[in-house]
Design a protein around this ligand. Structure first.
Ligand code: CA2
Length: 139
């Protein structure tokens, strides 16, 4: 089974800045652990700081993958384009957030993506991704 993980803007800084919010590990480090633990899944990874590239990546992932895990980062709260793209997909998508967006500033409480997502996981640190991957395992 193929799963695409797509991360939005600034998540390339994981492990480098603001460890008190986002932890001290880079996503690449965490990804190798995920790939080792879920070796029967084929996990692709894409990160971009550019909204249109994320839209393109979602379209491509829907063609190539059986499921998508998306952390839209700040675009969660601003992007009609990402919200529309997510609603147009024909494969299940889980929205994840490292921090609990509902414990943070009010502008982070709204997501353009959630209404098109199968589920939302927020506030479990990087484990949010692992929990999302588990959804794609056979019950
Ligand atoms: O908690 C999350 O995963 C967020 O999607 C992260 C976004 C934020 O805008 C959302 O409200 C919640 C921010 C990603 C920024 O990532 C950084 C990582 C390390 C250092 C600085 C920024």
């Amino acid at each position: 089974m193929k799963i695409a993980i797509i991360n939005g803007p600034n998540l390339n800084l994981l492990g480098k800045r603001q460890p008190e919010i986002y932890g001290g590990q880079s996503f690449e480090e965490y990804l190798s652990k995920l790939r080792a633990s879920f070796s029967h899944l084929e996990i692709s990874y894409f990160q971009s700081n550019i909204e249109g590239e994320l839209v393109n990546a979602l379209h491509q992932a829907a063609e190539d993958s059986d499921g998508i895990i998306l952390n839209p980062a700040a675009f969660t709260h601003t992007s009609v384009a990402l919200g529309d793209a997510v609603k147009s997909l024909n494969c299940p998508l889980i929205e994840v957030h490292i921090s609990n967006i509902f414990q943070r500033e009010e502008f982070r409480h709204f997501s353009y993506v959630s209404s098109g997502a199968k589920a939302v996981i927020s506030g479990m640190g990087l484990r949010s991704y692992e929990l999302a991957l588990r959804y794609f395992l056979p019950a």
